[in-house]
Design a protein around this ligand. Structure first.
Ligand SMILES: Cc1ncc(COP(=O)(O)O)c(C=O)c1O
Length: 386
Protein backbone atom coordinates (compact mmCIF):
# COMPACT_ATOMS: atom_id res chain seq x y z
CA UNK A 1 0.00 0.00 0.00
CA UNK A 2 1.11 3.55 -0.64
CA UNK A 3 2.31 5.07 2.63
CA UNK A 4 3.78 8.55 2.09
CA UNK A 5 5.12 8.70 5.65
CA UNK A 6 7.65 6.00 4.81
CA UNK A 7 9.65 8.63 2.92
CA UNK A 8 10.79 9.81 6.40
CA UNK A 9 12.70 6.57 6.94
CA UNK A 10 15.81 7.94 5.27
CA UNK A 11 15.97 10.63 7.97
CA UNK A 12 16.43 7.99 10.70
CA UNK A 13 19.63 5.96 10.20
CA UNK A 14 18.74 3.37 12.87
CA UNK A 15 15.80 2.13 10.81
CA UNK A 16 18.10 0.49 8.26
CA UNK A 17 19.78 -1.66 10.87
CA UNK A 18 16.96 -2.65 13.23
CA UNK A 19 13.27 -3.46 13.38
CA UNK A 20 12.49 -0.30 15.32
CA UNK A 21 9.36 -0.77 17.45
CA UNK A 22 10.40 1.04 20.63
CA UNK A 23 9.23 4.64 20.08
CA UNK A 24 7.08 4.49 23.24
CA UNK A 25 10.38 4.24 25.11
CA UNK A 26 13.13 5.69 22.91
CA UNK A 27 12.19 7.24 19.57
CA UNK A 28 14.71 6.81 16.75
CA UNK A 29 17.41 9.48 16.45
CA UNK A 30 16.88 11.79 13.48
CA UNK A 31 19.84 12.18 11.12
CA UNK A 32 19.68 15.96 11.73
CA UNK A 33 20.37 15.50 15.45
CA UNK A 34 24.04 14.79 14.79
CA UNK A 35 24.30 18.21 13.07
CA UNK A 36 22.49 19.88 15.97
CA UNK A 37 24.94 18.38 18.44
CA UNK A 38 27.89 19.50 16.29
CA UNK A 39 26.39 22.97 16.23
CA UNK A 40 26.23 22.91 20.02
CA UNK A 41 29.90 21.91 20.24
CA UNK A 42 30.94 24.56 17.69
CA UNK A 43 28.95 27.24 19.48
CA UNK A 44 30.41 26.38 22.87
CA UNK A 45 33.91 26.26 21.43
CA UNK A 46 33.80 29.41 19.30
CA UNK A 47 31.26 31.66 21.03
CA UNK A 48 31.86 30.55 24.63
CA UNK A 49 30.23 32.87 27.18
CA UNK A 50 28.69 34.97 24.39
CA UNK A 51 26.51 32.00 23.44
CA UNK A 52 24.18 32.76 26.35
CA UNK A 53 23.23 36.14 24.92
CA UNK A 54 23.22 34.78 21.39
CA UNK A 55 20.55 32.15 22.06
CA UNK A 56 21.23 29.83 24.95
CA UNK A 57 19.43 32.01 27.51
CA UNK A 58 16.28 31.96 25.39
CA UNK A 59 16.40 28.23 24.68
CA UNK A 60 14.14 27.00 27.51
CA UNK A 61 11.31 29.00 25.91
CA UNK A 62 12.38 28.96 22.23
CA UNK A 63 12.58 25.15 22.27
CA UNK A 64 9.40 25.02 24.37
CA UNK A 65 7.65 26.88 21.54
CA UNK A 66 8.25 23.88 19.27
CA UNK A 67 6.52 21.69 21.87
CA UNK A 68 3.75 24.25 22.22
CA UNK A 69 2.84 23.73 18.54
CA UNK A 70 2.62 19.97 19.09
CA UNK A 71 0.40 20.15 22.19
CA UNK A 72 -1.73 23.23 21.46
CA UNK A 73 -0.13 25.63 23.94
CA UNK A 74 0.53 29.29 23.17
CA UNK A 75 3.92 30.91 22.48
CA UNK A 76 5.94 31.34 25.66
CA UNK A 77 3.75 28.94 27.65
CA UNK A 78 6.04 25.88 27.64
CA UNK A 79 9.36 25.78 29.49
CA UNK A 80 12.06 23.15 29.10
CA UNK A 81 13.44 21.11 32.03
CA UNK A 82 15.61 18.01 32.37
CA UNK A 83 12.75 15.52 32.81
CA UNK A 84 9.16 14.91 33.91
CA UNK A 85 10.07 14.00 37.48
CA UNK A 86 11.48 17.51 37.99
CA UNK A 87 8.40 19.10 36.40
CA UNK A 88 6.03 17.10 38.59
CA UNK A 89 8.00 17.99 41.72
CA UNK A 90 8.02 21.62 40.66
CA UNK A 91 4.24 21.64 40.27
CA UNK A 92 3.70 19.95 43.65
CA UNK A 93 6.01 22.52 45.23
CA UNK A 94 3.61 25.34 44.29
CA UNK A 95 0.99 24.27 46.85
CA UNK A 96 0.40 24.29 50.56
CA UNK A 97 -0.79 20.83 51.59
CA UNK A 98 -1.65 21.70 55.18
CA UNK A 99 -5.17 23.08 54.57
CA UNK A 100 -8.53 21.31 54.28
CA UNK A 101 -8.18 21.13 50.51
CA UNK A 102 -5.25 18.74 50.52
CA UNK A 103 -6.23 15.71 48.44
CA UNK A 104 -4.32 14.56 45.42
CA UNK A 105 -6.22 12.15 43.17
CA UNK A 106 -4.41 9.89 40.70
CA UNK A 107 -4.56 6.44 39.13
CA UNK A 108 -2.65 3.36 40.27
CA UNK A 109 -1.41 2.92 36.71
CA UNK A 110 0.18 6.38 36.66
CA UNK A 111 3.93 6.41 35.99
CA UNK A 112 5.83 5.43 39.19
CA UNK A 113 7.78 8.73 39.43
CA UNK A 114 4.50 10.60 39.70
CA UNK A 115 3.17 8.22 42.35
CA UNK A 116 6.41 8.47 44.33
CA UNK A 117 6.19 12.26 44.28
CA UNK A 118 2.54 12.16 45.44
CA UNK A 119 3.45 9.89 48.35
CA UNK A 120 6.32 12.14 49.38
CA UNK A 121 3.78 14.97 49.76
CA UNK A 122 2.10 13.08 52.60
CA UNK A 123 4.78 14.33 54.98
CA UNK A 124 3.62 17.86 54.11
CA UNK A 125 -0.02 17.06 54.87
CA UNK A 126 -1.31 15.79 51.51
CA UNK A 127 -3.88 12.97 51.40
CA UNK A 128 -3.27 10.68 48.43
CA UNK A 129 -6.18 8.89 46.73
CA UNK A 130 -5.15 6.40 44.05
CA UNK A 131 -7.78 4.82 41.79
CA UNK A 132 -7.05 1.15 41.14
CA UNK A 133 -7.45 -0.50 37.76
CA UNK A 134 -9.85 -3.46 37.59
CA UNK A 135 -8.02 -5.12 34.70
CA UNK A 136 -4.48 -3.72 34.65
CA UNK A 137 -5.30 -1.98 31.37
CA UNK A 138 -7.96 0.69 31.97
CA UNK A 139 -8.81 3.19 34.72
CA UNK A 140 -12.48 3.31 35.78
CA UNK A 141 -13.60 6.82 34.86
CA UNK A 142 -16.63 6.75 37.19
CA UNK A 143 -14.42 6.02 40.19
CA UNK A 144 -11.93 8.68 39.13
CA UNK A 145 -14.67 11.31 38.81
CA UNK A 146 -16.30 10.29 42.10
CA UNK A 147 -12.99 10.62 43.95
CA UNK A 148 -12.61 14.26 42.91
CA UNK A 149 -14.36 16.35 45.56
CA UNK A 150 -14.18 19.75 47.23
CA UNK A 151 -11.21 18.64 49.32
CA UNK A 152 -9.20 17.84 46.18
CA UNK A 153 -6.37 20.22 45.41
CA UNK A 154 -4.75 18.40 42.49
CA UNK A 155 -5.84 15.70 40.07
CA UNK A 156 -2.65 14.25 38.61
CA UNK A 157 -3.25 11.81 35.76
CA UNK A 158 -1.51 10.31 32.76
CA UNK A 159 -3.25 11.02 29.48
CA UNK A 160 -2.10 7.65 28.12
CA UNK A 161 -1.23 4.85 30.54
CA UNK A 162 2.40 3.83 29.97
CA UNK A 163 1.93 0.08 30.42
CA UNK A 164 -1.26 -0.47 28.43
CA UNK A 165 -1.64 2.64 26.19
CA UNK A 166 -5.18 3.20 27.53
CA UNK A 167 -6.32 6.77 26.81
CA UNK A 168 -7.97 8.53 29.75
CA UNK A 169 -10.80 11.00 29.21
CA UNK A 170 -8.88 14.15 30.11
CA UNK A 171 -11.79 16.39 29.20
CA UNK A 172 -14.23 14.70 31.58
CA UNK A 173 -11.61 14.59 34.35
CA UNK A 174 -10.75 18.27 33.88
CA UNK A 175 -14.42 19.34 33.83
CA UNK A 176 -15.10 17.48 37.07
CA UNK A 177 -11.94 18.82 38.71
CA UNK A 178 -12.79 22.40 37.82
CA UNK A 179 -16.39 21.98 39.04
CA UNK A 180 -14.92 20.96 42.38
CA UNK A 181 -12.32 23.76 42.39
CA UNK A 182 -9.36 21.42 41.86
CA UNK A 183 -6.49 21.75 39.37
CA UNK A 184 -5.37 19.15 36.84
CA UNK A 185 -1.84 17.98 36.05
CA UNK A 186 -1.74 15.90 32.85
CA UNK A 187 1.28 13.74 32.15
CA UNK A 188 1.20 13.78 28.36
CA UNK A 189 4.47 11.90 27.83
CA UNK A 190 2.75 8.93 26.18
CA UNK A 191 0.34 11.02 24.09
CA UNK A 192 2.23 14.07 22.76
CA UNK A 193 3.53 13.29 19.30
CA UNK A 194 1.27 10.31 18.67
CA UNK A 195 -2.22 11.54 19.62
CA UNK A 196 -3.50 14.99 18.64
CA UNK A 197 -4.13 17.03 21.75
CA UNK A 198 -4.70 20.63 22.68
CA UNK A 199 -3.92 21.54 26.27
CA UNK A 200 -5.74 24.86 26.02
CA UNK A 201 -8.88 23.33 24.57
CA UNK A 202 -8.86 20.54 27.18
CA UNK A 203 -8.43 23.21 29.84
CA UNK A 204 -5.82 21.31 31.86
CA UNK A 205 -3.92 23.51 34.29
CA UNK A 206 -0.53 21.85 33.94
CA UNK A 207 0.89 19.43 31.41
CA UNK A 208 4.25 17.78 31.42
CA UNK A 209 6.14 15.31 29.26
CA UNK A 210 9.51 14.54 27.80
CA UNK A 211 11.28 13.96 24.54
CA UNK A 212 12.72 10.51 24.73
CA UNK A 213 9.75 8.71 23.22
CA UNK A 214 7.35 9.71 20.43
CA UNK A 215 9.06 13.09 19.92
CA UNK A 216 12.38 11.47 18.92
CA UNK A 217 14.26 14.08 20.95
CA UNK A 218 16.52 11.93 23.14
CA UNK A 219 17.15 12.22 26.89
CA UNK A 220 17.48 15.41 28.93
CA UNK A 221 14.58 17.52 27.63
CA UNK A 222 11.36 17.48 29.67
CA UNK A 223 8.73 20.18 29.29
CA UNK A 224 6.16 21.98 31.41
CA UNK A 225 3.01 23.81 30.34
CA UNK A 226 1.19 25.97 32.88
CA UNK A 227 -2.14 27.69 32.17
CA UNK A 228 -1.22 31.34 31.70
CA UNK A 229 -3.81 32.88 34.03
CA UNK A 230 -2.45 30.79 36.91
CA UNK A 231 1.09 32.16 36.62
CA UNK A 232 0.76 35.10 39.04
CA UNK A 233 -0.59 32.82 41.78
CA UNK A 234 2.14 30.17 41.51
CA UNK A 235 5.41 30.49 43.43
CA UNK A 236 7.26 27.14 43.27
CA UNK A 237 9.41 26.10 46.21
CA UNK A 238 11.52 24.15 43.70
CA UNK A 239 13.17 27.23 42.21
CA UNK A 240 16.47 28.94 41.46
CA UNK A 241 18.14 32.06 40.17
CA UNK A 242 16.76 31.79 36.62
CA UNK A 243 13.22 32.21 37.99
CA UNK A 244 14.04 35.65 39.40
CA UNK A 245 12.66 38.68 37.57
CA UNK A 246 16.19 40.21 37.54
CA UNK A 247 18.51 37.20 37.69
CA UNK A 248 21.63 39.23 36.92
CA UNK A 249 21.15 41.39 40.02
CA UNK A 250 22.22 38.30 41.96
CA UNK A 251 20.13 39.62 44.82
CA UNK A 252 20.18 37.51 47.99
CA UNK A 253 16.43 37.19 48.21
CA UNK A 254 13.70 36.47 48.98
CA UNK A 255 13.09 35.65 45.33
CA UNK A 256 10.91 37.96 43.24
CA UNK A 257 9.47 35.74 40.54
CA UNK A 258 9.60 36.69 36.87
CA UNK A 259 6.21 37.60 35.39
CA UNK A 260 6.69 35.28 32.41
CA UNK A 261 7.21 31.51 32.30
CA UNK A 262 10.82 31.92 33.43
CA UNK A 263 9.26 31.86 36.92
CA UNK A 264 9.09 28.09 36.45
CA UNK A 265 12.80 27.68 35.75
CA UNK A 266 15.41 26.94 38.39
CA UNK A 267 19.12 26.44 37.60
CA UNK A 268 21.24 26.33 34.44
CA UNK A 269 19.25 24.58 31.70
CA UNK A 270 20.40 21.43 29.91
CA UNK A 271 21.46 23.23 26.72
CA UNK A 272 22.97 20.19 24.89
CA UNK A 273 19.79 18.20 25.59
CA UNK A 274 17.72 21.00 24.03
CA UNK A 275 19.95 21.11 20.93
CA UNK A 276 19.53 17.36 20.56
CA UNK A 277 15.77 17.46 21.06
CA UNK A 278 14.93 20.18 18.54
CA UNK A 279 15.23 18.14 15.38
CA UNK A 280 12.74 15.56 16.65
CA UNK A 281 10.20 18.28 17.49
CA UNK A 282 10.65 19.89 14.08
CA UNK A 283 10.08 16.58 12.33
CA UNK A 284 6.96 15.78 14.39
CA UNK A 285 5.61 19.22 13.48
CA UNK A 286 6.43 18.61 9.80
CA UNK A 287 4.85 15.15 9.73
CA UNK A 288 1.81 16.36 11.67
CA UNK A 289 0.34 14.56 14.68
CA UNK A 290 -3.00 14.05 12.88
CA UNK A 291 -1.19 12.06 10.17
CA UNK A 292 0.77 10.13 12.78
CA UNK A 293 -2.44 9.18 14.61
CA UNK A 294 -4.23 7.95 11.47
CA UNK A 295 -1.31 5.67 10.67
CA UNK A 296 -0.86 4.61 14.30
CA UNK A 297 -4.50 3.54 14.63
CA UNK A 298 -4.24 1.50 11.45
CA UNK A 299 -0.93 -0.13 12.37
CA UNK A 300 -1.74 -0.86 16.02
CA UNK A 301 -4.99 -2.49 14.79
CA UNK A 302 -2.99 -4.58 12.35
CA UNK A 303 -0.65 -5.57 15.17
CA UNK A 304 -3.57 -6.46 17.46
CA UNK A 305 -4.92 -8.77 14.72
CA UNK A 306 -1.53 -10.41 14.16
CA UNK A 307 -1.03 -10.96 17.90
CA UNK A 308 -4.57 -12.30 18.39
CA UNK A 309 -4.09 -14.71 15.46
CA UNK A 310 -0.89 -15.91 17.09
CA UNK A 311 -2.94 -16.71 20.20
CA UNK A 312 -1.41 -14.24 22.65
CA UNK A 313 -3.27 -12.11 25.16
CA UNK A 314 -3.30 -8.35 24.52
CA UNK A 315 -2.91 -6.04 27.52
CA UNK A 316 -3.99 -2.92 25.65
CA UNK A 317 -7.48 -1.73 24.69
CA UNK A 318 -8.91 -3.51 21.61
CA UNK A 319 -10.71 -0.36 20.47
CA UNK A 320 -8.22 1.88 18.62
CA UNK A 321 -10.09 4.98 19.80
CA UNK A 322 -9.18 4.07 23.40
CA UNK A 323 -5.64 3.01 22.56
CA UNK A 324 -2.48 5.13 22.22
CA UNK A 325 0.48 4.11 20.09
CA UNK A 326 1.59 0.94 21.87
CA UNK A 327 0.34 -2.64 21.90
CA UNK A 328 1.29 -4.68 24.97
CA UNK A 329 1.52 -8.39 24.32
CA UNK A 330 1.32 -10.86 27.18
CA UNK A 331 3.49 -13.79 26.12
CA UNK A 332 4.74 -16.46 28.58
CA UNK A 333 8.42 -15.76 29.37
CA UNK A 334 8.00 -12.24 27.98
CA UNK A 335 11.14 -10.90 29.62
CA UNK A 336 13.37 -13.66 28.23
CA UNK A 337 11.79 -13.36 24.79
CA UNK A 338 12.41 -9.61 24.84
CA UNK A 339 16.10 -10.21 25.56
CA UNK A 340 16.28 -12.57 22.56
CA UNK A 341 14.45 -10.06 20.35
CA UNK A 342 16.91 -7.32 21.31
CA UNK A 343 19.82 -9.64 20.51
CA UNK A 344 18.31 -10.06 17.03
CA UNK A 345 17.85 -6.29 16.49
CA UNK A 346 14.11 -6.28 17.10
CA UNK A 347 13.79 -3.25 19.39
CA UNK A 348 10.93 -3.62 21.91
CA UNK A 349 10.74 -3.64 25.71
CA UNK A 350 9.10 -5.54 28.55
CA UNK A 351 7.17 -4.24 31.55
CA UNK A 352 6.40 -6.55 34.50
CA UNK A 353 2.73 -7.29 34.97
CA UNK A 354 2.00 -6.08 31.43
CA UNK A 355 4.11 -7.78 28.76
CA UNK A 356 6.16 -6.97 25.67
CA UNK A 357 5.44 -3.42 24.51
CA UNK A 358 5.53 -2.97 20.74
CA UNK A 359 5.04 0.39 19.07
CA UNK A 360 4.94 1.37 15.42
CA UNK A 361 5.59 5.07 14.68
CA UNK A 362 5.20 7.10 11.49
CA UNK A 363 8.36 5.53 10.06
CA UNK A 364 7.29 1.89 10.57
CA UNK A 365 6.63 -0.48 7.66
CA UNK A 366 3.64 -2.83 7.93
CA UNK A 367 5.86 -5.84 7.26
CA UNK A 368 7.91 -5.05 10.37
CA UNK A 369 4.84 -5.80 12.48
CA UNK A 370 4.44 -9.17 10.80
CA UNK A 371 8.16 -9.87 11.29
CA UNK A 372 8.13 -9.18 15.04
CA UNK A 373 5.10 -11.38 15.69
CA UNK A 374 6.66 -14.22 13.63
CA UNK A 375 9.91 -13.81 15.58
CA UNK A 376 8.09 -14.03 18.92
CA UNK A 377 6.31 -17.17 17.74
CA UNK A 378 9.53 -18.79 16.59
CA UNK A 379 11.41 -17.88 19.81
CA UNK A 380 8.67 -18.90 22.24
CA UNK A 381 9.16 -22.73 22.23
CA UNK A 382 12.96 -22.58 22.63
CA UNK A 383 12.72 -20.02 25.46
CA UNK A 384 10.01 -22.11 27.18
CA UNK A 385 12.19 -25.23 26.94
CA UNK A 386 15.19 -23.66 28.72
C1 LIG B 1 3.89 8.60 31.25
C2 LIG B 1 5.32 8.76 31.70
N1 LIG B 1 5.63 9.71 32.60
C3 LIG B 1 6.89 9.89 33.03
C4 LIG B 1 7.91 9.10 32.57
C5 LIG B 1 9.30 9.34 33.09
O1 LIG B 1 9.71 10.63 32.89
P1 LIG B 1 11.14 11.21 33.30
O2 LIG B 1 12.15 10.12 33.20
O3 LIG B 1 11.34 12.30 32.30
O4 LIG B 1 11.01 11.76 34.68
C6 LIG B 1 7.63 8.11 31.61
C7 LIG B 1 8.63 7.24 31.00
O5 LIG B 1 9.70 6.96 31.26
C8 LIG B 1 6.30 7.94 31.19
O6 LIG B 1 5.98 6.97 30.29
Amino acid sequence: MNDPLLSWRKEFPALDKTVYLISHSLGAMPRRTRDQLSEYADTWSTRSIRAWEEGWWEMPIAVGNLIAKIVGAGEGEVTMHPNVSVCQSLIASCFDWRGERNKIVSEGLNFPSNLYIHRRLESQGARVVTIASDDGITVPLDKMLAAIDRETLLVSVSHVIFKSAYIQDLRAITERAHEMGALVVADIYQSAGTIPLNVRDLGVDFATGGSVKWLCGGPGAGYLYVRRDLWPSLEPRLTGWMAHRNPFDFDGGPIEFADNAYRFLHGTPNIPGFYAAQSGYEIINEVGVENIRVKSMRQTSLLVDLVANAGYRINSPRDPVQRGGTVTVDVPNGYEITQELLRRDFLVDYRPGAGIRIAPHFYTKDEELQLVVEEIQSLAPAVAAR
